[in-house]
Design a protein around this ligand. Structure first.
Ligand code: SF4
Ligand code: SF4
Length: 297
């Protein structure tokens, strides 16, 4: 028995295909001359990983905060309301980064877009410390790439799509989500503050950087001067530190030395502020949905 798989499938589909592995052969080719060119991006449902956000904001010359405001929408990833971030679409559901001649951010396109039409399943078998990675082939009517005469393995496809460095950078993210999923009710529903911290550490790196460098953080945790300097300058180090921080906050893994009682004191001081921010973010998401609905009718 294994945990429920994490589907990393970028485009809307009801299909539940057969599970594939690295050596499984697929038939597929996508190219500019194909009749369905851009069809997938006209119905995009792209969940972003924290690493995707870093790549895309650099590509677009934006800060993380600007990127989140201009190009993403919030959603809840599970019944515990774990926050996720998707690429914003236009009113018809098309990705706003799509151009007539293809993806405008192709070299830095998100993980899910690289995988399509392969879906990535990360799962952790019971009693195993490490994740297993499997794949599915999403066959949708609009995608004519499945009719092309080219056969290759999933491994070759992943390499061709530049997914090896992406998956390496996403590893901590996959592990965090799997840990959350497999912990289930044993750790209980995360309190509101943990959900806010999850959002900040995973997605809003500008705010997380300020938090880590703040006096408030230094009152709660003990890090060396070299650690602070690295976390101020190196966004990949900060992303990885965010996963470590969240494993401590969500699952009690003690890898960052803390000052006793400081966290509880901070929580009491800040919980009203976090609640106000949460309500503002929900209101913003609701407003976007309302605007979209009004444009639809
Ligand atoms: S980011 Fe690029 S590949 Fe992904 S949905 Fe948008 S246009 Fe398509
Ligand atoms: S072949 Fe599939 S992936 Fe390529 S453009 Fe067409 S619909 Fe998109």
């Amino acid at each position: 028995m294994s945990d429920q798989p994490t589907f990393d499938v970028p485009f809307k589909s009801d299909v539940l295909p057969q599970r594939l592995d690295e050596d499984s052969q697929i038939r597929f080719r996508c190219h500019k001359g194909i009749s369905c060119f851009n069809a997938c991006c006209r119905n995009a449902d792209v969940t972003l990983t924290p690493y995707d956000i870093l790549r895309l904001k650099d590509r677009l010359g934006l800060s993380v905060t600007e990127f989140l405001q201009q190009h993403t929408v919030l959603f809840e990833m599970d019944a515990d309301r774990l926050p996720g971030v998707k690429l914003r679409t236009d009113d018809e559901g098309a990705c706003r980064l799509m151009m007539e001649d293809g993806c405008s951010v192709y070299q830095d396109r998100p993980t899910a877009c690289r995988y399509y039409p392969v879906g990535h399943l990360a799962m952790r078998p019971k009693d195993s410390a490490s994740a297993e990675h499997h794949y599915v082939l999403i066959q949708e009517e609009h995608c004519k790439g499945h009719l092309e005469d080219r056969h290759l393995s999933i491994g070759q496809y992943r390499e061709e799509q530049g997914l090896l460095p992406y998956d390496e950078m996403n590893r901590g993210w996959y592990e965090l989500l799997l840990k959350k999923k497999s912990a289930g009710p044993t750790v209980g529903k995360p309190p509101e503050l943990s959900l806010q911290l999850f959002f900040m550490a995973c997605y809003d790196q500008d705010r997380f950087r300020r938090f880590v460098q703040s006096d408030a953080f230094k009152k709660m945790y003990i890090l060396g001067q070299g650690d602070y300097a690295k976390l101020a300058q190196d966004e990949i180090a900060l992303m990885e530190f965010g996963y470590r921080f969240l494993r401590q906050v969500l699952f009690g893994e003690q890898s960052i030395p803390g000052r006793e009682g400081a966290w509880e004191e901070r929580y009491e001081q800040r919980k009203e502020v976090f609640e106000l921010r949460r309500q503002a973010e929900i209101a913003r998401a609701q407003q976007q949905e309302d605007d979209k609905y009004q444009n639809d009718v």
